[in-house]
Every structure is written in structure tokens, then in C-alpha cells.
Design a protein around this ligand. Structure first.
Ligand code: NAD
Length: 495
């Protein structure tokens, strides 16, 4: 067994030794401790924000291209450590090794994107009604950003936020999830090794109360949050008290795959299985609703059952595992609670879920059930975040769009069809931020904006789209004439 990691906070370039308050454990084997971590006290959170504030003027005055160069070095370190990072992530959050590797690569892609963006144009040249006037839209960093992230993408999601923020000249205080502090700390160690100056990135460990101290700090100019809708709403409520603060919140989902009457089953079945069960259903974009046209429901369900029989949930390090455990015991209890509700409401319980335990872990088998459309069913409206999926037959495309929208969330949607008319109908009628055609409703690429609507996001997508949240635009106008001419024909006479 590997020696447990000793967790430390990073403030102003110094690693601080604190007493450990909580342990991070392996969800595939709860007896294995990954590391011991401090729960940061309020004065250290305040010091971390002050350190970021102090580092801000020097960092923002640096050439954007030189800031980007730091990301080039970071990328080389991530490439050097890809296997070790993937292994640590797998031990700490239970995702299968191949997926953890893909997540490290996604983080690397963000870093490469940021490095390349450093040399790309930023801002606009705007025409003026006055011939001698040049007008520009330029951007400035907001200042100190607080980055608060979930456990399920503990490497890529922090980089979606830290990457663009630091490139544009902001400095940061990062609070990783208390479920995955080791991988969060390892990421910050790589930033330090890449030569980011002291104070540009600071790390504070702890649970939600530590995150809330960061949110309560008036000197934080932007909160970049990814996590559950309940926490995102709380952060937005607190932040409403700070007039010039921006909150970018990416939150939960209740996503659907729509299998149309003309769907190619060779696409529909694997797309649905991947959407529902990859990452054990613990992606914000995971589908817990498969809407199937009634004319193809029997054929689809047969194919789906056959495939679910073949996939294995088990040891994340076993290459034959399709998915691993849930993150913790609370997640097991929550999933089993929703499975119980589904049993009471379903027409047919196709796969009844059960816990299994090669060692003390958090493993459950998939739950699959057929259910009639019912806008009041909690199983069809609420995020489960586990391997739990409803198959809902629909009558026609309008009915499918109504069911897809009958939730407070609006994150991802997949449509399986051969018809461009149907594709367009769902594109226009459904509420979502990430749309997929003839694909699973999961998967992201960093140069696309990543975000949702309704309770899934507040309009500031992550990754490439984040630039809007972490900079503010300003107008800059210059007169090249020898006299003053005002717009709209206003007189410039002064005497
Ligand atoms: P969570 O909301 O419980 O925690 C997320 C982070 O917020 C953690 O770091 C946590 O410590 C912190 N936090 C908790 N309470 C806080 C408070 N009052 N103030 C400030 N910070 C606080 O979410 P989780 O269980 O880690 O992750 C799963 C959730 O994240 C799911 O709902 C999933 O859909 C969502 N998610 C969304 C996206 C997206 O891009 N839309 C991506 C990944 C995960």
C-alpha cells in the first residue's frame, strides 16, 4: 500500500504545515487512505486571498505571451506525469484508469489551448462615426478569482477555470473537493514547478465551509464554481451582496437521450449505455432518462439489456471494468433511495440494482426501469448521480421534447436520428447547453464552451467560454484629429 500523502495548503508560495483533519480514501476500498488533509481555518483562507491580491499587479502587468509561456512548461510537466496523475486520480475518485488518463489528457489540452491563445488576438477594433477617432474594445482581468470544484473531474475542471483565468492576468485561490484533495494538491505542485510566481495560485483544502469562507471574502472578484445546483445557488445568493462580483456556476443535470423512430440501433444502444453508465453515471452530463419512440421501444430495450449484461462494474484498475464504484457511502445511499422510488413507480424493473463488495467499497450494479411519462415523478426530474436510468416511451416528437424539458435542469441532450428535420426540431425545442446528435450526451472538448441553462448553469460556460467571466470589457477611444468632434452631432463648442 502506498504511503498516505500529507496535505498542505499553499499560500504566497509557501507550503504550510497544518494538523490533518480529514482523510481522503479510495472509494473502491475504503480501508485505503490516499492522504490526510487540513481543514483550512478562516484566517488562512483570508491570507490566501490576500496573497493572491498582492501577486495580482505584477502578474497582470506581465506580457500575456509570457504568462502563456508558463502554461507551456506546465503542459510538459503534465505530459511527463500523465500515468502517475491518472493512477492517483483513479485511487482517489474511483474512475477507471482509462477514463482518468483521458481526463489528464483533457487537462493537458486545456493547458495547450491556453498556451496557444496567448498569441491570439484579444479585443476588437470598432468603427466610429468620427473619421479621426479609433475605437477599441479591450479586456482587463477581474482580479482575484476563487475556484471551487467538484470531485468527479478533479483535474480537468480546475484547469478549465485556472487556465483561462491566469492567462488573462487574474490570480487565484483554489479549493478542490474534499473528496479529491490529493489530485488537487498535485495539480498545484505542478503549477509551482512550472514557475508560476508565488501568490498567483494559492491552495486551501477543506469542505463546503472552507469554500463558503472564500465566497464570503469581499476581496474575491469572481467565483468560478462547478458542482451541485444547491451549492451553486447558495454561492450566488451570498455573492449578490457584492455588486461587482461575477459568479460563473456550472451545476447539475437531468439529461436525456432521445431515440427517434428512425434511429439506427447500432448507434442508439451504445450511445445510451455510454450516456447512462460511463463514470458510473457520475458525470454532470450523464443521462438518467432514455426517451424512446414507442414503435422502436421493444427493439431498443432488448439491445440495451443485452449490452448492460455485458458491461462490468468493478475494480478501476482492471482493464475489463467498464465503470468503478460510487464516490462515497452517501452516494450509495442516495442512489439506492432513488432506485427504491423507481421500483415503486415503474412499469417494469428491468435491472434491480444491488450493492456488491469485494472489499469495503461503494459499488452498486445498474438500475434500469421502464416508466410512463409523469411530470411529477422525482425519478424523472431530480439528479441521481449514479447508475440509474429510466426508459420512457414517447408517442411523437412533440411529446419527446415535452418530456425532455420537464425538469428544472438543462445541461446535455442527445438525439439519435437519421432525419435532419427531427434533428433540427429537437435542437430548437429542447432546453440544454450541450447538444449531441448520434452520439452519447457525454464528452467535452476544451475549445468548446461547456455549460447549461436553467438550474444547470448561470450563463457563464467553462473552458474556452470562460473568458467572458474572468475579464471585463472596456471601451478605449483615441482622437487623431486636431480638434474635438463629438458623436451624434453634439456641438463641441466651449465658448
Ligand atoms: P458539491 O456541490 O457537493 O461540491 C462542489 C464543491 O463545492 C466542493 O469543493 C465543495 O466542498 C464545495 N462546497 C460545498 N458547499 C459549499 C458552500 N456552501 N460554499 C462554497 N463551496 C461549497 O458537488 P460534488 O458532489 O463535488 O459534485 C457533483 C455535482 O457537480 C453534481 O451535481 C454534478 O452534476 C456537478 N457537476 C457539474 C459540472 C458542470 O460542468 N455542469 C461538472 C462536474 C460536476
Amino acid at each position: 500500500m502506498t504511503t498516505p500523502i500529507l496535505g498542505q495548503n499553499l499560500v504566497a508560495g509557501e507550503w504550510l504545515a497544518h494538523a490533518a483533519d480529514f482523510a481522503s480514501t479510495n472509494p473502491a476500498n475504503l480501508a485505503e487512505v490516499v492522504g490526510h488533509f487540513p481543514s483550512t481555518n478562516p484566517s488562512t483562507v483570508a491570507q490566501a486571498v490576500a496573497a493572491a491580491r498582492q501577486a495580482f499587479p505584477t502578474w497582470r502587468r506581465m506580457s500575456r505571451i509570457h504568462r502563456a509561456d508558463c502554461f507551456h512548461r506546465l503542459g510538459a510537466l503534465i505530459e511527463r506525469d500523465t500515468d502517475a496523475l491518472a493512477t492517483l486520480m483513479s485511487r482517489e475518485c474511483g474512475k477507471i484508469l482509462n477514463e482518468c488518463r483521458a481526463e489528464v489528457v483533457e487537462g493537458l489540452h486545456m493547458v495547450q489551448y491556453v498556451f496557444g491563445t496567448g498569441r491570439m488576438p484579444i479585443g476588437d477594433v470598432i468603427p466610429s462615426e468620427i473619421a479621426e477617432k479609433d475605437a477599441f474594445v479591450r479586456r482587463k482581468p477581474r482580479g482575484v478569482v476563487g475556484v471551487i470544484t467538484p470531485w468527479n473531474f478533479p483535474f480537468a475542471v480546475p484547469l478549465w477555470m485556472l487556465g483561462p483565468s491566469l492567462l488573462e492576468g487574474n490570480t487565484a485561490v483554489f479549493k478542490p473537493s474534499e473528496e479529491t484533495p490529493a489530485i488537487g494538491q498535485r495539480l498545484v505542485e505542478l503549477f509551482v514547478e512550472a514557475g508560476f510566481p508565488a501568490g498567483t495560485i494559492n491552495l486551501v483544502h477543506g469542505n463546503g465551509s472552507v469554500g463558503e469562507q472564500l465566497v464570503q471574502n469581499a476581496d474575491v472578484n469572481a467565483i468560478l464554481f462547478t458542482g451541485s445546483s444547491a451549492v451553486g445557488q447558495r454561492i450566488q445568493q451570498i455573492s449578490a451582496g457584492f455588486t461587482d462580483r461575477i459568479v460563473a456556476a456550472e451545476m447539475g443535470g437531468k439529461n436525456a437521450v432521445i431515440v427517434c423512430d428512425d434511429a439506427d440501433m447500432k448507434l442508439a444502444v451504445p450511445a445510451a449505455v455510454l450516456s447512462a453508465f460511463k463514470t458510473t453515471g457520475q458525470r454532470c452530463v450523464s443521462a438518467s432518462r432514455i426517451l424512446v419512440h414507442k414503435s422502436v421501444a421493444a427493439e431498443f430495450i432488448q439491445g440495451f439489456i443485452d449490452t448492460v449484461h455485458r458491461i462490468r462494474f468493478g475494480d478501476p484498475f482492471d482493464p475489463t471494468s467498464f465503470a468503478g464504484p460510487l464516490i462515497n457511502r452517501k452516494a450509495v445511499e442516495k442512489t439506492l433511495m432513488y432506485n427504491g422510488l423507481a421500483k415503486a413507480e415503474s412499469l417494469d424493473m428491468i435491472f434491480e440494482s444491488r450493492e456488491f463488495a469485494p472489499q469495503p467499497g461503494c459499488f452498486v450494479t445498474p438500475c434500469v426501469y421502464a416508466i410512463r411519462d409523469n411530470p411529477n415523478s422525482r425519478c424523472l426530474k431530480e439528479e441521481v448521480f449514479g447508475p440509474h436510468v429510466a426508459i420512457v416511451p414517447f408517442d411523437d416528437d412533440e411529446h419527446a421534447a415535452r418530456i425532455a424539458n420537464a425538469t428544472d435542469y438543462g445541461l446535455s441532450l442527445a438525439v439519435i436520428t437519421e432525419s435532419y428535420r427531427k434533428m433540427r426540431f429537437f435542437r430548437e425545442e429542447c432546453e440544454y447547453g450541450l447538444g449531441y446528435v448520434n452520439l452519447p450526451c457525454i464528452g467535452a472538448e476544451v475549445h468548446l464552451p461547456f455549460g447549461g441553462v436553467k438550474k444547470s448553469g448561470n450563463g457563464h460556460p467553462s473552458a474556452a467560454g470562460l473568458v467572458e467571466a474572468i475579464t471585463h470589457k472596456y471601451a478605449w477611444t483615441v482622437n487623431h484629429g486636431t480638434g474635438i468632434v463629438m458623436a451624434q452631432g453634439m456641438s463641441a463648442e466651449v465658448a
